[in-house]
Design a protein around this ligand. Structure first.
Ligand code: DX5
Ligand code: ZN
Length: 214
């Protein structure tokens, strides 16, 4: 069953605790959390200390999306937050294989992220090391961007590449309820939503998003 993963980067930072409480009351299973270093992407988002604080206040599974230039330098801190799912950008390191192995060794789910310009063929030699693939449907870093439609083809191709392996497909960026439906139809299992959820009447929006991917 396809799931909606709220991205806490899109939430109201001045009411973070209320936002987390809202998501828990709505039975959210997985929370998507962006980690940015201002280098790999120009923006800066939550660091390990903030993630650990949120994690302590929550029973949700945390999916940490690492947008950092030196993922190896930050990995141990991210593991220490208690996050159950950790993903690293293919483009961020020449040693992606080894980092994915470290994530699994720490008994966390390992994900590899590919930017819009990275072909899905890059995943071929990593398939035995991963639990999920995160396909960026925008260029990472900034909220409020337009979904890149070519991503739907990438989701379908990735699905074929995975075959019968137990690997989930996640998508992130610019997704609204119509696009969530299309991503689910193309084969996405986990759909990250920021701006299209955290605005006025988020309860109703959340319901609509969930319904769209059923
Ligand atoms: C962007 C982040 C996303 C972001 C998505 O770089 O990786 O997780 O929060 O937000 P929307 O859904 O608003 O594009
Ligand atoms: Zn993200």
């Amino acid at each position: 069953m396809t799931q909606i993963l709220p991205s806490i980067f899109g939430a109201d930072i001045l009411h973070l605790q209320d936002e987390i409480d809202f998501l828990e009351a709505e039975q959210t299973e997985i929370l998507h959390v962006d980690l940015m270093d201002g280098n790999f992407v120009s923006n800066i988002a939550f660091g390990p200390n903030q993630i650990a604080a949120m994690k302590q206040h929550s029973t949700m599974t945390f999916d940490v999306h690492m947008m950092v230039e030196q993922p190896n330098d930050h990995l141990e801190d991210v593991i220490q937050t208690g996050a159950e799912m950790i993903s690293v950008h293919y483009e961020a390191t020449p040693h992606i294989h080894s980092i994915l192995q470290k994530i699994r060794k720490a008994k966390r789910k390992a994900g590899v992220v590919i930017n819009p310009g990275t072909p899905e063929a890059a995943l071929e030699y990593l398939l035995e090391e991963i639990d999920y693939i995160l396909i960026m449907t925008i260029n990472p870093g900034q909220p409020g961007q337009t979904f890149i439609r070519k991503s739907l083809e990438k989701i379908r191709n990735t699905k074929k590449l995975i075959g019968d392996r137990n690997i989930l497909i996640e998508v992130d960026g610019g997704v609204n309820k119509e696009l969530a439906k299309q991503c689910a139809e193309a084969g996405a299992d986990l759909i990250v939503v920021g701006g299209a959820l955290f605005s006025e009447d988020k309860k109703a929006r959340y319901e609509e998003l969930k319904k769209a991917v059923q």
